[in-house]
Structure formats: structure tokens, C-alpha cells
Design a protein around this ligand. Sequence first.
Ligand SMILES: Nc1ncnc2c1ncn2[C@@H]1O[C@H](COP(=O)(O)OP(=O)(O)OP(=O)(O)O)[C@@H](O)[C@H]1O
Ligand SMILES: [Mn+2]
Length: 536
Amino acid sequence: MKRQNPALSTRSICLALAGLSLALHLLLAFFCLSVLQNVCVLPTSSSSSSSSIPRADTHPSASSHEAAPTPQDENRGGMSHREDKETEKKLTGAGGVNQRTHSKLDALFKHLLYNLPPATVLQEDDWLLRLKRDEEPRDTESKEEERESTVTDDSQWQSASQDKGYDKDIWTSNTETHPPWLQFHLGISRWQLYDRKDPSLAQLTHYMATQRILGAVQKAGGTQLKLLISFPNYGQALLKPIRQSRDAETDVNLYYFSDFERHNAEIAAFHLDRVLGFNRIPPVVGRLINITTEIREITTDQRLSRTFFTSPAGNICFYGQCEYYCSTEHPVCGQPHMLEVSLAAMLPDLSLAPRRSWRSPWRRSYSRTKLAQWEKDPSFCDRVKQTSPYSAGSRLLDLIDLVVLDFLMSNMDRHHYETFEKFGNETFLLHLDNGRAFGRHSQDEPSILAPLQQCCRMRRSTYLRLHLLSRPDLRLSDVMRESLAQDPLSDVAPLLSEPHLAALDRRLAAVLQAVRTCQERRSDVIYDDLKGFDPD
Ligand SMILES: Nc1ncnc2c1ncn2[C@@H]1O[C@H](COP(=O)(O)OP(=O)(O)OP(=O)(O)O)[C@@H](O)[C@H]1O
Ligand SMILES: [Mn+2]
């Protein structure tokens, strides 16, 4: 038997150990290198979802505007969770647009002219609605009775609503329990429809853009097809569908009163009105809906149901029943199911907050042959100024504000405007129905400016804001592009094409020129509603 040499075996053990140690060292070196590299590598993009580095330049209002996730988030139709997160980011202003680049919209809204202290402190009568105050304390017995009846009422209310898919949340006088639409209603005052800084507004548009649709029926009033949409939290919205490609310009041979309404015009009008600092249009948001599951299968409106059909191309279409364009020749069609729509938050019910409709003195004749009085008489405004309600208060100035909005978006369809009856003549004007705006970008419609040219009046605050928006560092087209990018439908395509945005700048210059022309003739053009306040 061959015996092993002990020196040889010791050497080979030593060699093996040295090799192992070298391998371990090499491994350790590789490990350290890779760790070091990871530590030193900068995140490739600040929007990377895996990055946990907090961003310093996040939109300041983002966190306060963030809508808390609700159990209803599970029920929404259409969008995936990731898509929803994206949408939420946009609606809350935390989206990519504002992240790294300098935000002109933020800069605009930070300006003093958009943060003016209220001229007067609001009194109780200056709010459209208010919650009933708690009753005077009663004796124990009647309190007991009251508690019993409340519980009975609530339980009845819950069981009836649960079946239909409505929320069973109970609202108290605590604002935090109020759904966003109720907060919007309770925030309507004599001078504005909403406070731009109210965080519940972003929650309201987010809700309308994402939540399950429980009801869809035709809405009466007006001439074109529109639906009244109901949500689980008892909120409602006015739906206008896309009716032609977004960029289709109004046919030059069509009169404005024959034009289709545009869903993107409703959305853009809300943003423009807010950017102008008026806050007189109810919040509007875009949404992609499924015609089949979110209208056809849930509607209880027989007159609407009957008008559904499948087009030769296999798309699901409907046309409803209304005065204009409700026929098989003018169908609203999905692709094959999905349809772009605008959703406007509904104002408080007329039974709670009646409104008054006013015929505009500068209303068009709505005829192909007849001219309206204001088109024939250059001193038409002198007569208007002597007539109530234009002879006192701020009505004429409010009308001029509306004219500026309409000229910028080329809306010729302002035959009426509305006010809340409760506030009498001392109140703002509601800028409802903007569906026929943004029809043409290649030409302007100077006749819309007639009230400004004939009356030569404008509020100083409006004038200064228009000036601000004409500055290159805050340009109207740029803030509008940025504002509209917050809408979920901007993911499909920009809500206003570049030529429409450029038209805004061109028209703004025309408004300012009209004011200058007035100032050459008269000295009382600008009405100082800022009482000597100098924002510069
Ligand atoms: N957000 C809203 N909340 C409550 N009511 C609304 C809202 N928007 C519009 N309405 C009401 O519905 C009516 C019809 O709406 P709208 O004017 O948009 O329809 P339309 O078909 O375009 O009308 P028209 O043919 O007269 O131009 C309005 O007169 C207004 O009273
Ligand atoms: Mn209309």
C-alpha cells in the first residue's frame, strides 16, 4: 500500500486554502463594487415610479389636492388602477407637466391679481346655500324622539339606496363627510361659483372622471343631445358627447346656430374661464366612456334606449331625441364602444336654488337674413346703459367679462345668460353652455366684441389680468396648454390644437387693442374695482 507524503498533502491543502481565499476576496470586491455603483447611480428620471427620493419641486398644492382613495375606487368602470393613478396625478396638478419645468400656470395663479382680498366680507346672505343650523336644545324626551326618527329615516334611506348602487355614507354638518359635489354647491357665493383654491374641486373633477356611472338619461332643455349622469355619491353631471373630430373647423357655409356642440369646447371653456380669474363656469372634465356598459345597459330612459344601433362599421351608436341632430343621420358613435365626452358638474337643483335666465341685449338674430338692433345702431349701448339691470351695479361690467371670454373662444351662441335668483341683480353671471365655442381657429369674429366696442367699459381687475396674460412669461396660450394638460382626455389628444391656442393669443391682443381704441376716445373706460390698489 502506497503511503502519502505528509509534506505534499500539507502543501496542497495550503494551496487550496489560498485559492479559496482569493476567490472569496474577488467575490467580496465584486460585491462592494456593485453596491458602490448602485449608491452612486442617479435615478434616470425623476418621474421613475420606483424612486423613493422625494422631489423638492413638486406642485405645491399636490398633496392637499390628492383625493383619498375610497372603497368606490374598486367599482369604477373602464380605467385600470395605474391609469387611474396617472389621471389622479394630472387632476391634482401633480402630473409631469408641472414637475421639472417652470410652471407658468403656477406663476399666474400666484400673482397678486389672482389672490386679491375680497372687497367685502361675505355675509350669510352671500352664500347660495347653507346647512341648517342645529335646532335649539330641547328637553330629553323630544331629543329621544328626534334620535329615533333620524335613525328610522337613515335606515330607510340606506336600504332603498343600497340596491341601486348608491353610497350609504351619512353626511353630517362636518364638511369632511360631504361628497365633493356638495362641497362645490356649498361653496357658491354671490360673487363666484367656486374658489379656485378649494381642494374639493380637484376631488370633484377626479370623481366625475373615474367613478362608476349609475344612471344616464336624456336631459331636457336646450336643443342638442345631452345626458344627465348620476354617480354613487348622489352627484350628477351634464354629459356632452364628441360629435366630430376634435380639430374639425366649423364649415364656413354653416351659420353658428347650425353648428354641432363640441365636448372639448365645454372642457376648454371651463379652463379658460378659470385662467381669466372669473370662476363662473361649473367644473368640467373629460372622460372616455363605454357607450354599451355605461349608457345602454344602465339607462332607464326608454326614449334613449330605442335609439341605439350598430353602425355598418360595427360601432355602437345612438342619437337620442332632441330638437337638433337627433337622428340616424347624426349618430353619436363609439369606437366601437368607447366615446369621448365632457362632464360638467351640475348646479344645485332648481328647487333649491332657482335661476333666472336673461336675454342678452347683444343676442344675435338667429336668422340668415335679419340683423339684430345692436348691429344697426352704433349707439345701442347708450340705451342699454339706461335700462335696468345694466343701469346700476356691476351687470354691464359682468357682461363685458363674458364678451371677452366669448371673443377669445369665438363663441357666437350667447343668447342668454343665467344668475341665481337669490342674489337679485347684485351677483355674478353664470357662463353656462359653451359647446359652440372653439369652432374656428383660422379666423376671429369681431362682432362678438361689439358690446366692448360700443360701451367702452371694462373692470380694472379684468383689464390687468388680460395684460398679465399677454406677457411672454405668462402667455395665455402657454397657461391654457398647461391647464388643459391636467384633463384626462389630454392623454388621447390635446384638448385644443396648437392653432386654437395661437388664436387665443391673437384674440387677446385684439381685446387689448379694442380697449386702447376706446381709451383714445374716452377717459372713463376702465372701472376701478380695485380702489386704487396697485398690484405691480
Ligand atoms: N352644469 C349645469 N348644471 C345645471 N344646469 C345646467 C348646467 N349646464 C347647463 N344647464 C342647464 O341646461 C340647459 C341646457 O344646457 P345647454 O345650454 O348647455 O344646452 P344646449 O342644447 O347647448 O342649449 P342651446 O341649444 O340653447 O344652446 C341650460 O340652459 C341650463 O339651464
Ligand atoms: Mn348650446
